[in-house]
Design a protein around this ligand. Sequence first.
Ligand code: FAD
Length: 377
Amino acid sequence: MRKRVGVVGGGIAGASAAYHLLKADRSLEIILVEAEDQLGYHTTGRSAALLLENDGTESTRSIVQASVDFLLNPPEGLTENVFVRPRDVMHIATFEQSASVDRFLEENSTGRIPTKEISKSEAKKRFPALREEGLDRVVVDEGAGDIDVHCLHQAYLNNFLKNGGQVKPSTRIDSATRNGDHWNLETKMGDIPVDLIVNAAGAWGDQVATRAGVEPVGLQPRRRTAFTVNSSEPNIQKWGMIADIDLQFYCKPDGQQLLCSLAEENPSEPCDAKHDEADVALAIERINAATTLDIRSVQTAWTGLRTFAPDRSMVIGPDTTDDSFFWCVGQGGTGIMTSPGVGRLLADLFTAGKPSEHFYKTGLKQEDIFPNRFRKK
Ligand SMILES: Cc1cc2nc3c(=O)[nH]c(=O)nc-3n(C[C@H](O)[C@H](O)[C@H](O)COP(=O)(O)OP(=O)(O)OC[C@H]3O[C@@H](n4cnc5c(N)ncnc54)[C@H](O)[C@@H]3O)c2cc1C
């Protein structure tokens, strides 16, 4: 009998999970179920698309490290495009923020690409609109890059479909009921019987668990707004990105425009998040103070939900109470860049019950990502 797997959620997490699971075990029958008519409609389609190895908790950094090779050198036949284009990220600080610079340098001195301090004039060469007055110190991360999110997401999905996977858009899982050894995924379009569930529902991860009778892990969706502005500056596409060292805003080229954000983290319910004009206005005020861009109007603005577990590490693996319910949530602000590692990790846990060698080399500790860390001992 072929095992049937229901992957809930067609964002980057679900797409990568479906792709990697089928790649690891071609005998699986995998159905990717997405509530919206468009896959990637929620957080996946609303990111800043950055690859930044020096970001997040220790376990997240390990998963980013495990993802980099896939992103830079995609498996043969997966895509004809390039997933990542290099982009320096400069963390900028005023005189008052000097202690943050020291802390930042110390925290990021051991990664694959250590950050380093550069002079103000060097920083201005990489982001010519930087104001020198008020600026004190600049740290650069030269290993960062822009990810083509649409291309990566489609590559997972196209390969999954080519290998016999099934995708069901416009199909919301309302509940999941245990039926002996199987699960019944209940939807308005009819029931879907499966043997295993992968919960990749992003901000709705706890809701999906609860509706399957599985204890939630305490996920917290947090809103973050981004917006684009036009600029008359020449060659902005070649500029680096700037981010306040305490992450009070960031700004990076996005084609011929600039993509900006207040980098806020406002708690929210799971929903189709909409932006708040006040967040956009405050971001513009801060960016105008740090640069000569003189932003006066916005082209488009949007908000997405970055969803975190209480300890801000991801939740990947089988539930303690039912090992046919797999968690693949809590991607926070790094779900795009970690997606190859997350999918591969999930496939390892499915096929071998533990992460492969690939992950031990990155220092990933299973206990930091397993859902049982949130269960009473
Ligand atoms: C402004 C912003 C900037 C960001 N910048 C970066 C960045 O630079 N780099 C980076 O790596 N990450 C970044 N992120 C984070 C990244 O976008 C997320 O971590 C990632 O997209 C999460 O993917 P996901 O698949 O878990 O969630 P989603 O894309 O939200 O997918 C979950 C899917 O599950 C579906 N679903 C929910 N409930 C059900 C149900 N009951 N039945 C069926 N389907 C269901 C939803 O419809 C949704 O499509 C950013 C996010 C934001 C908002």
